[in-house]
Write a protein that binds this ligand. Structure first.
Ligand code: SF4
Length: 455
C-alpha cells in the first residue's frame, strides 16, 4: 500500500496519471530544472524564518524517510504534553495520507495550525493544500481553533531588523477549507484505487500538463507528439489545441484544414514546420531602435528576494548580485564584470548606474520589469528590454512555449548554440567563476539576438 504525501495529493489533483507515474514509474520523470530547484529553495528558507514568529517550538522533521513512523508517534506525544506549546513540521497520518504541518501553536485546549507560503498572494492550490492538511488533522482527532495560511506581505518596508510580524500576513482559511472535505475524501479513495492498478490511468495530454505546475512526466507522455506539432503554438487557446489533438487531428496540415487561422497563427505553424522562429521584424526594429552610438549589452544575476535585505526595501524587490557589460571599443570586445561584496542594494544600483551612464543604449533581457526602477530616470541611457520587445514583436519559437527565457530564445534564434539556465547562477551562487562565465555568455547571447535583425 502506498501512502500519499501532500505533494503527491496535489500532483494527483492535477493529473491522476502523474501521481501514478510518480509512485509506480518514478524513473520516467524528467530531469529537474534549475528553475524548479530555485523555487524549492526559496520556499524552504521562508518556512524556516516564519518559525521565529512562534519561537521555542520542537522540530518534528524526520531526518530520513524511515523516521516518519517515529515522528508521527513523537508528534502525538507532544500534542498531549501540556508543557509543549509550539511544534514545527508536526507529522500526522490518516487515511494513508501523510502530512507535515509547518507550525502548530497551542491555543487553550485546542491548536492553531499554520501553513507557510513564500508567495505574496494566495492561490487556489494553497487552499486545497490546507484543506488536505485539515482533513488529516481532523481524522487524527486534533481539535483546531483555526487554520491559517501565512504568506509574504508585499507592502512591508524593512526598517532596521526584519519585523516578522509585518513581513508575514496571516489569513484564516478554516471555513473555506471545510467545504473541500468531501472532495478530498473522494479523491484519496480514487487515488488509492489508481495506485493499485497494474497500468497507468489512460489520461490524454492536456492543459493539466503544465497547469498549475509543469508536470515532470512530459517527456514520457508527450513522446509521440511530433516535434513540430501545432500543440506548441502560443497564439491560440490551448484548450482548443488539445481538443483537436485528442480528437485525432495529429498533423499541422490537418489542423490548418480544420481551423480558420489568423496570420500570426499561420506564421507560427510555418515556423514549426520549418523548425525555425517567427518575428515581426518591423515591430522589432521600431521598438529596439537603431544601432548607432555606443551600445552596452548587459547581463545580470538578478532575482527577486522574498525577504528584504536592507533598510527601505520591500519583499520581492528586484535586486542583483553581479553584472557583466559587454561593449565594443576600437573594434575590440570588452567585458566589464562587477559582483557584490559588502554593498547594499542601493549602492549596487548606484554602481550599475555609473557603469552604464556613458553609453547611448543598454540592451538587456529580464523578467524583472522593475529592475531599473531603482535608478532615477535622468541617470539612465536608453534602456531596451529585449524580453518585452520580443514579446511585443510576436517572437515565436517552439522552445518558448513554456518559458520565454533568454536561453530558449537564444537556442531558437541560434540553433546549435546554448547557455545555462539563468537560475543556475542562483543555485551556484558561491561559485564565482561559474557566475562570471554565465554572465559573459548571457551578454554575448543578448548581443547576438539584438543584432540578428538589425539592417
Ligand atoms: S504529462 Fe500530462 S498527461 Fe502525462 S502525467 Fe503529466 S499531466 Fe498527466
Amino acid at each position: 500500500m502506498f501512502s500519499l504525501s501532500k505533494s503527491a495529493y496535489i500532483k494527483g489533483d492535477q493529473c491522476i496519471k502523474a501521481l501514478y507515474l510518480e509512485k509506480r514509474r518514478p524513473f520516467l520523470r524528467d530531469r529537474i530544472s534549475a528553475r524548479q530547484l530555485a523555487v524549492f529553495s526559496r520556499g524552504t528558507n521562508v518556512g524556516i524564518l516564519a518559525r521565529d514568529c512562534y519561537p521555542g517550538g520542537l522540530d518534528m522533521s524526520p531526518k530520513s524517510p524511515k523516521m516518519f513512523g517515529k515522528m508521527i508517534t513523537e508528534t502525538i506525544k507532544n500534542i498531549n504534553n501540556p508543557n509543549v506549546n509550539v511544534l514545527y513540521e508536526a507529522v500526522f497520518k490518516y487515511d494513508d495520507t501523510l502530512i507535515m504541518l509547518d507550525i502548530m501553536v497551542r491555543d487553550g485546549d485546542r491548536w492553531k495550525a499554520i501553513e507557510v507560503k513564500s508567495s505574496s498572494a494566495l492561490s487556489n492550490t494553497y487552499y486545497k493544500d490546507a484543506a488536505l492538511q485539515y482533513y488529516v488533522l481532523n481524522g487524527c482527532g486534533i481539535q483546531l481553533s483555526d487554520f491559517q495560511l501565512m504568506y509574504i506581505n508585499s507592502e512591508y518596508t524593512r526598517h532596521d531588523d526584519i519585523d516578522l510580524t509585518q513581513l508575514f500576513k496571516c489569513q484564516s482559511v478554516l471555513n473555506d477549507i471545510k467545504t473541500y472535505q468531501e472532495e478530498i475524501r473522494n479523491n484519496i479513495q480514487k487515488f488509492k484505487t489508481a495506485l493499485n492498478m497494474s497500468h497507468s490511468p489512460a489520461i490524454p495530454i492536456g492543459v493539466q500538463c503544465h497547469e498549475p505546475y509543469i508536470c515532470d512526466f512530459r517527456g514520457h507522455c508527450w513522446k509521440n507528439v511530433p516535434k513540430d506539432s501545432y500543440l506548441f503554438m502560443t497564439a491560440m487557446n490551448e484548450e482548443i489545441l488539445f481538443e483537436e489533438y485528442n480528437n485525432g487531428i495529429c498533423t499541422n496540415e490537418d489542423f490548418i484544414r480544420h481551423n480558420s487561422l489568423d496570420n500570426i497563427q499561420l506564421k507560427q505553424i510555418e515556423a514549426l514546420n520549418n523548425n525555425t522562429y517567427y518575428i515581426n521584424k518591423v515591430s522589432f526594429l521600431k521598438m529596439s531602435g537603431n544601432t548607432t552610438g555606443k551600445i552596452a549589452y548587459l547581463s545580470m544575476m538578478d532575482y527577486n528576494k522574498a525577504v528584504p535585505e536592507n533598510e527601505g526595501e520591500h519583499p520581492y524587490q528586484p535586486t542583483f548580485d553581479a553584472f557583466c557589460i559587454l561593449y565594443e571599443d576600437d573594434e575590440k570586445t570588452v567585458y566589464h564584470f562587477w559582483e557584490k561584496t559588502e554593498e547594499t542594494n542601493k549602492e549596487a544600483y548606484k554602481i550599475l548606474a555609473d557603469s552604464i551612464k556613458d553609453f547611448d543604449k543598454v540592451v538587456f533581457f529580464t523578467h524583472n520589469a522593475d529592475v531599473f526602477h531603482q535608478i532615477p530616470n535622468e541617470d539612465l541611457p536608453e534602456i531596451i528590454d529585449l524580453h518585452s520587445v520580443l514579446i511585443k514583436a510576436d517572437f515565436f519559437h517552439k522552445k518558448i512555449r513554456l518559458h520565454f527565457t533568454l536561453k530558449n530564445v537564444y537556442e531558437g534564434v541560434k540553433p546549435g548554440n546554448s547557455i545555462n539556465e539563468h537560475e543556475s547562477m542562483i543555485l551556484n551562487n558561491s561559485d564565482k567563476f561559474f557566475i562570471k562565465e554565465c554572465l559573459r555568455k548571457e551578454a554575448e547571447a543578448i548581443k547576438e539576438i539584438f543584432n540578428e535583425w538589425q539592417e
